[in-house]
Design a protein around this ligand. Structure first.
Ligand code: NDP
Length: 414
């Protein structure tokens, strides 16, 4: 159904999605002014980005079409290619390790930290009752305060902090607002009980309890350069583990896909960026989010483990028509489903990047897309675009000046 999807025009692509029950024209509508004026302050207009799809993902035996919002050429092509390679090898296996949000209440220089810690540790039920009374609807939905932890930090200058962490099951929501409401309530109660002032109460974006895993096993014979590809991919992975300069770019490539799906789904991509990069730094050295190794039989083993505090409800998701269209396209049933899809796209994006980098290099593919962008910047009209791009890719040096010259010739502006 999705064969040569990239060669179809936009109407034909939508027709394929519709045939696969993944398209709803009523959701394919610009964001109404009445909505965006209420989403942010001082709104003046809506800012558009392209939305595309990457078909071909097979995750836990289920076909997935990824909805992606990005301004960067080659991201969707790379994801689709990797998805097809993964599919030929049996697809992606994924699971959610855990899904809780963490929030913190911090006390600066409290007089009796030991007593406070003991109180918190010994009065879970009471604190849970306070949190649940502040936000009862999450309890009715099956979630709520799951656990409380404490941490005491003494600084070299003798200033000190007591931190109380709430670990909350936010069910289908990312849960920032429900968490912050619970934190406020528990913060006020503790401050009153110990006649002390709290410094702050806010959720943490380092979500070590909201973690997803995805993995693939690839037979090198299904890839180009089958004799050396396994060792090259492993070396690319090893390099990212020992060199933070490479790890940053390695992870940026992963985020090319992840941000695109997070954005399409209407989730908070800054929260995901903060979660992912702080998680990658947890050991004290910035580390890659994926790992590639070679199995005893020579197969390539790839895996990704990362925090993914997204929601399937809440925020702007229910009011943004394109976010609802993205859900229609991806058909995720709940937040855990979406977490697994996002981890899978990250693994695919990483594979596509290191496969290209360690074989043909990425410039070959990128330059064709760059030529298209230069031609458009130089004012190429749609009917001449392909011819102009072909000529531009054969021109040295390939730059905006060259694009202007070729466009002038075609558009009769000489
Ligand atoms: P919401 O405040 O929108 O809360 C979730 C909503 O979804 C609630 O109204 C809840 O209903 C409803 N809901 C319906 N079904 C369910 C279900 N099954 N499980 C859970 N909730 C359900 O969103 P979040 O609390 O998720 O907060 C996300 C927003 O917070 C994002 O927009 C983010 O940008 C922002 N934010 C992020 C911060 C950060 O990352 N540091 C800080 C502050 C805000 P009900 O009302 O009945 O409970």
């Amino acid at each position: 159904m999705y064969t040569k999807f990239y060669k179809k025009d936009i109407a034909a692509r939508k027709a394929v999605l519709a045939q696969d029950h993944r398209y709803d024209e009523s959701l394919d509508t610009p964001l109404p002014e009445s909505v965006y004026d209420n989403m942010i302050e001082n709104a003046i207009t809506a800012y558009e980005l392209p939305m595309g799809v990457a078909p071909g993902f097979l995750i836990n035996g289920k076909d997935v079409v990824m909805a992606m919002v990005t301004e960067e050429p080659s991201v969707i092509a790379a994801a689709s290619n990797a998805a097809k390679i993964f599919q030929r090898n049996g697809g992606i296996t994924s699971h959610v390790e855990s899904r809780f949000m963490r929030g913190q209440i911090a006390f600066a220089n409290p007089k009796n930290p030991q007593e406070m810690m003991e109180f918190v540790e010994n009065n879970f039920s009471e604190l849970q009752h306070i949190a649940h009374t502040a936000y009862p609807s999450i309890v009715k939905r099956g979630g709520g305060l799951h656990k409380i932890e404490t941490k005491y930090v003494m600084n070299p200058d003798k200033t000190h902090f007591l931190i109380v962490y709430l670990i909350v099951d936010t069910q289908e929501a990312m849960g920032a607002n429900m968490m912050n409401t619970m934190l406020e309530a528990v913060k006020s109660y503790l401050a009153e009980t110990f006649a002390t002032e709290a410094l702050m109460g806010i959720l943490s974006n380092l979500t070590t309890e909201s973690v997803v895993h995805a993995s693939v096993r690839l037979n090198p014979d299904t890839l180009k350069h089958s004799d050396l590809i396994a060792s090259r991919i492993k070396q690319a992975s090893d390099l990212a583990m020992v060199d933070p300069y490479r790890a940053a770019t390695h992870n940026k490539g992963i985020m090319n896909g992840i941000d695109a799906v997070v954005l399409a789904s209407g989730n908070d991509w800054r929260a995901i960026e903060a979660a992912v990069h702080s998680y990658a730094s947890l050991s004290g050295t910035y580390q890659p989010l994926t790992k590639w190794s070679i199995a005893d039989n020579g197969d390539i083993l790839g895996s990704i483990t990362l925090p993914m505090p997204i929601g399937a409800v809440g925020g702007s998701m229910g009011i943004h028509p394109k976010a609802q269209l993205a859900r229609k396209i991806m058909k995720f049933e709940n937040a855990q489903d979406l977490m697994m899809m996002i981890a899978s796209v990250g693994l695919a994006q990483n594979f596509a990047a290191i496969y290209a980098l360690t074989t043909d290099g990425i410039q070959k593919g990128h330059m064709a897309l760059h030529a298209r962008s230069l031609a458009l910047q130089a004012g190429a009209l749609a009917e001449h675009l392909d011819a102009i791009v072909t000529e531009l890719t054969q021109t040295q040096p390939m730059n905006l000046e060259a694009a202007h010259k070729i466009v002038s010739k075609y558009e009769g502006r000489e």
